[in-house]
Design a protein around this ligand. Structure first.
Ligand SMILES: Nc1ncnc2c1ncn2[C@@H]1O[C@H](COP(=O)(O)OP(=O)(O)O)[C@@H](O)[C@H]1O
Ligand SMILES: O=P(O)(O)O[C@H]1O[C@H](CO)[C@@H](O[C@H]2O[C@H](CO)[C@@H](O)[C@H](O)[C@H]2O)[C@H](O)[C@H]1O
Length: 451
């Protein structure tokens, strides 16, 4: 593996490759996983560029929103993204969907760049790198499994994702993180720790890659692929369409959630129950920021604030601990008769330090309860009673394993559900404006009726 002279990591806008930066500036905001859709990209700089294999560059870019450095020498507002770029004179016509554009000047002048994750050859070579641990410039490839098989055929998953995933021969799945923040990604840290606890509900990482420059960060994780699995969202929508009950599955899902919480509490330090006043303040601040970004929230702010204010009169809840952080029906897979939990990254828009700290497990429970509501609102007539039964069954399943019943923590649950619905309003406004009515219906319910 080489790191050629013009491919050394750089940290300022790179003049000779300006036209590559120009292409990426146009292309990035159109990607599903691009997090800054609500703000224009004002500047784009290449942070590092490494030749991963011939015709394939590993690139970290900073997409800036504002350009002016923040006070105190902090970098300007924006995010770092990971790209694997194929660079060829004439890419195969089959890569049409992946094309980014033709570079006009600099060392890559005249070559066409494309998203290399769509290129089976690059995907295969990426797995080869993981099979043979080692380095490429600042990149480190590491493997926990004895020997990974070779020759597995790759396919890029075509899912609504915050990252990009490659499935290899239905044996393994490699998640390539897109938005990169300094530090260990919880989606490597948590499944690794749970596997060491013997928790069978989470596929364990078998290989991963990371960078040491421009900061230390996890870039991708390979784990076993649950080949006959269906995700909870698909199963729930199927049940709704068929008019089927989903309470047996919801009950088992509650048990699975509690199993994962118990394993997390053993694997990581457990704190005191959250201090209610502080929790209420943080939730209120998030509400204020969300209402600023999505004006449709504003009429409901006073009603929603009462859910947070009421927290101060609540009993201390369960101790704070590491949690999933973004639990919903799309994050659980049913294989055979068991539920598995995936994607421990937490809510993608929150800072990594916050996602890696201890929180109330009620936050996860509230996330799943909201998800039943989302499912029940996918087709008319809406089925609130279906969601209600699932919510009951899920909480009962949770209580049967955890030893405490979420339904007896009504004030906490209401506050966390409200906080989650506020997050969802922001998420949908940014990523899927057509879906905004779904969390807005919950906002109205929580603000007006409070249940
Ligand atoms: N271990 C696995 N086995 C089978 N399918 C998986 C596995 N991990 C992820 N998936 C599939 O990939 C999709 C995206 O994975 P996820 O971790 O949620 O990515 P993202 O963080 O990008 O949203 C999931 O919805 C699921 O369908
Ligand atoms: O990409 P992630 O899975 O990490 O999570 C983000 O995207 C989710 C949507 O894909 C979003 O979930 C919301 O929509 C789901 C239905 O598509 C629903 O089941 C969830 O309850 C609802 O929150 C999630 O919030 C977001 O972080």
């Amino acid at each position: 593996m080489t790191e050629t002279a013009f491919l050394r990591p750089r940290s300022a806008p790179v003049e000779p490759l300006e036209s590559l930066a120009g292409l990426l500036r146009e292309w990035l905001p159109r990607q599903r996983w691009f997090a800054g859709k609500d703000r224009p990209v004002t500047d784009l700089s290449l942070l590092s560029m490494t030749e991963l294999f011939p015709d394939c560059l590993h690139v970290l870019v900073h997409a800036g929103h504002g350009g002016v450095p923040a006070p105190g020498g902090n970098p300007p507002a924006g995010d770092c993204y990971q790209l694997l770029l194929g660079v060829r004179e004439r890419p195969s016509p089959r890569l049409g969907r992946a094309l980014i554009g033709r570079v006009q000047d600099g060392p890559l002048a005249g070559r066409t760049v494309y998203d290399a994750l769509y290129d089976p050859r690059s995907a295969q070579l990426l797995l080869e790198r993981l099979r043979h641990p080692g380095t490429a410039g600042p990149l480190r490839f590491e493997c926990d499994a004895g020997q990974l098989p070779s020759g597995l055929v790759p396919r890029l998953l075509d899912a609504e994702q915050s990252n990009s995933s490659l499935v290899y021969g239905d044996e393994y799945i490699l998640k390539v993180f897109r938005r990169i923040q300094p530090g260990v990604n919880p989606d490597l840290e948590v499944p690794g720790a749970l596997a060491r606890q013997g928790c069978h509900r989470v596929p364990a990482p078998v290989a991963w890659f990371r960078t040491t420059d421009p900061f230390k960060a996890t870039l991708g994780v390979l784990q076993p692929y649950l080949r006959d699995a269906s995700d909870g969202w698909t199963l729930a929508l199927g049940a709704l369409a068929a008019g089927d009950d989903f309470t047996v599955q919801a009950h088992a899902l509650g048990r699975a959630t509690a199993d994962v919480h118990l394993a997390l509490a053993s694997a990581f330090p457990v704190g005191e129950p959250g201090e209610m006043r502080r929790t209420a303040t943080a939730m209120t601040e998030r509400l204020t920021a969300a209402a600023h970004a999505v004006p449709a929230l504003q009429p409901f702010v006073p009603g929603l604030r009462t859910a947070f204010a009421a927290l101060t009169a609540c009993d201390a809840g369960p101790p704070a601990q590491r949690i999933h952080g973004d639990l919903h029906l799309g994050q659980v897979l049913r294989a055979g008769r068991e539920w598995f939990v995936i994607d421990f990254e937490g809510e993608p828009s929150r800072p990594l330090s916050e996602r890696r700290s201890a929180h109330s497990p009620v936050r996860d429970i509230a996330g799943m309860l909201r998800s039943f509501d989302y499912a029940a609102r996918q087709r008319r007539p809406w089925r609130p009673e279906w969601a209600c039964r699932c919510r009951e069954a899920y909480c009962a399943g949770y209580a049967s394993r955890a030893g405490w019943d979420p339904r007896k923590k009504h004030g906490l649950l209401r506050a966390y559900e409200t906080d989650r619905a506020v997050y969802e309003v922001l998420y949908e406004a940014r990523h899927r404006p057509d879906w905004l009515p779904v969390p807005m219906a919950a906002i109205e319910r929580l603000a007006v009726r409070g249940d």
